[in-house]
Design a protein around this ligand. Sequence first.
Ligand code: ZN
Length: 211
Amino acid sequence: MDAVVKSLSDGEASQAESDKPISDRPTRAEAEAAVLTLLRWIGEDPAREGLLDTPKRVVRAYEELFAGYRDNPVEVLDRVFEEVEGYSDIVLVRDISFFSHCEHHMVPIIGKAHIAYFPEGGVVGLSKLARVVDVFARRLQTQEALTAQIADAINDTLRPRGLAIMLEAEHMCMAMRGIQKQGASTITTRFTGVFEEDPALQARFFMLIRE
Ligand SMILES: [Zn+2]
C-alpha cells in the first residue's frame, strides 16, 4: 500500500510543477558522471586516454540528439503561413530523412518521412515540415507516437483539408541487438480529412512517394 500512496503523491507533485522550469534537471556534471558510470559498467577504463573527454562529448551529443525537447513544433509551423491563391491541389514533401531514438533502448531509429496535404487557404514553408519532423524525432520515441505527433502538430496548426503521413524506418535495436534483423523497415501511416475518407487519394499518395 505504501507504494501506491507514494506513486499517487508523486503524480500530483509533478502535475503541479509541470508549468515551472525543470527544477530537478541534473547538472551537466551529473550527466557526465552518469556516462562515466556506464563506461565502467561495460568494462571500460574511463581513465584511459581515448576516453578522457568521452563523458563531456556524449553529453554534448545528447544535447544535439535530443534537442527536440526544447523546441515547440507549433512555433515552428506558426511562423510561416503564406496564402497561395488558386493552389488547392496536393502538396507533397517526400524523403525527409530523420534520426530518432527508441524509447525502450535509446538506440537509433533511422528513417524517412513523407508528408502530403491539401491546403485550405494557406501553406507552410516546405522546410518547416522537415523541421517539425526533426522536433519530434529528436526525442525518445516509438515510431507510432512519432507519426501521430507529427500529424497532430500539422493538423492543429495548418488545418489542411486532408493530411497523409508515412514513416519508414529501420530500428537499430532490432538490427543490432535482440533478434538482429538487419534491413527490416517498419512502416507507419496516418491519414486525416479527405485522405482518410477517400482510398483513391491514399493510393495517389502511395503512387507519388514511390515515383
Ligand atoms: Zn528499442
